[in-house]
Design a protein around this ligand. Structure first.
Ligand SMILES: CC(C)NC(=O)[C@H](Cc1c[nH]c2ccccc12)NC(=O)[C@H](CCCC/N=C(/NCCC(=O)O)S[C@H]1O[C@H](COP(=O)(O)OP(=O)(O)OC[C@H]2O[C@@H](n3cnc4c(N)ncnc43)[C@H](O)[C@@H]2O)[C@@H](O)[C@H]1O)NC(=O)OCc1ccccc1
Length: 222
């Protein structure tokens, strides 16, 4: 079976990683414009690096949960394209062989000058010189608002060819990720949403399983 899976912050919530829009969510203390936009980085790279250094430390402390592991199991029996909006590496540590990080990763560094990429250190600073061009314009390799997500060609193709499309732990408020369900449904896929509550695009799904990811994902995979 060809299965395309899209995950969001909700799949990592039970591993202790805060989501974005929950009351104690990440965007509570920080204005999106300040910490997740190219303009915010130009204005105050120190603030942005402190934000992502904190997230990198949180992710390093967290452990994959039963939902991450269940998706790894699914990939052993089906042709799974696992697309995530998450920048943590819990899918990989949960055993998933291949993960498409459409919004980048906390484990990557990117030179805003020459575009060179290299593995991130736990604590990053803008002044860290680029190993390729030497310029001190180091940023996290993360897709910010107003920037084009990574791997879009591959993602559209996988969603169009999927027989099943599942969205797990995502609020459906950020595009183009939130538009993938409708695209899959139009291409004839069976669609299912797994979440604690209905997302902003719940209407695009034929089926829904409501509950915490660590319960509903293993149930769905079984
Ligand atoms: C706010 C929104 C309106 N704005 C956008 O969508 C913008 C603008 C836009 C573009 N098109 C539009 C169309 C309409 C309106 C606006 C737009 N989009 C962009 O700027 C994108 C770039 C967006 C990426 C920004 N970067 C992120 N992340 C990296 C940074 C970082 O992480 O710091 S987005 C970030 O926020 C989003 C958060 O959403 P979720 O992951 O869903 O998390 P959330 O907290 O919201 O919800 C948690 C869910 O889990 C559930 N849950 C909680 N606990 C559990 C639990 N235990 N079990 C199960 N479920 C659970 C909850 O019920 C809830 O549903 C994720 O995508 C996450 O990656 N770029 C772009 O459009 O470029 C052009 C383009 C595009 C395509 C082709 C050509 C050109």
């Amino acid at each position: 079976m060809r299965i395309a899976v899209l995950t969001g912050a909700g799949i990592s919530a039970e591993s202790g990683i805060r989501t974005f829009r929950a009351t104690d969510g990440l965007w509570e203390e920080h204005r999106i414009e300040d910490v997740a936009t190219p303009e915010g980085f130009l204005r105050d790279p120190g603030l942005v690096h402190r934000f992502y250094n904190m997230r990198r430390a949180d992710a390093a402390r967290a452990q994959p949960n039963a939902a991450h592991r269940a998706l790894a199991e699914l990939a052993r029996h089906h042709q799974v394209t696992l697309i995530t909006q998450n920048v943590d590496d819990l899918h990989e540590r949960g055993g998933s062989p291949e993960v498409v990080h459409m919004h980048g990763s906390l484990l990557g560094a990117l030179c805003a000058g020459c575009g060179h990429r290299w593995p991130a250190s736990l604590v990053m600073r803008a002044a860290d010189p680029c190993p390729a061009c030497g310029r001190p314009q180091t940023r996290p390799d993360i897709v910010w608002f107003g920037e084009i997500p990574y791997h879009m060609e591959r993602i559209w193709e996988a969603v169009e060819r999927a027989q099943v499309f599942a969205a797990i732990g995502t609020s459906g408020q950020v595009y183009p990720a939130a538009g993938l369900a409708q695209h899959a449904r139009r291409a004839g896929a069976e669609t299912i949403e797994l979440n604690l509550a209905a997302s902003a695009v719940a209407g695009d799904f034929a089926r829904r399983q409501t509950g915490p990811a660590t319960r509903v994902v293993p149930e769905w995979v079984a």
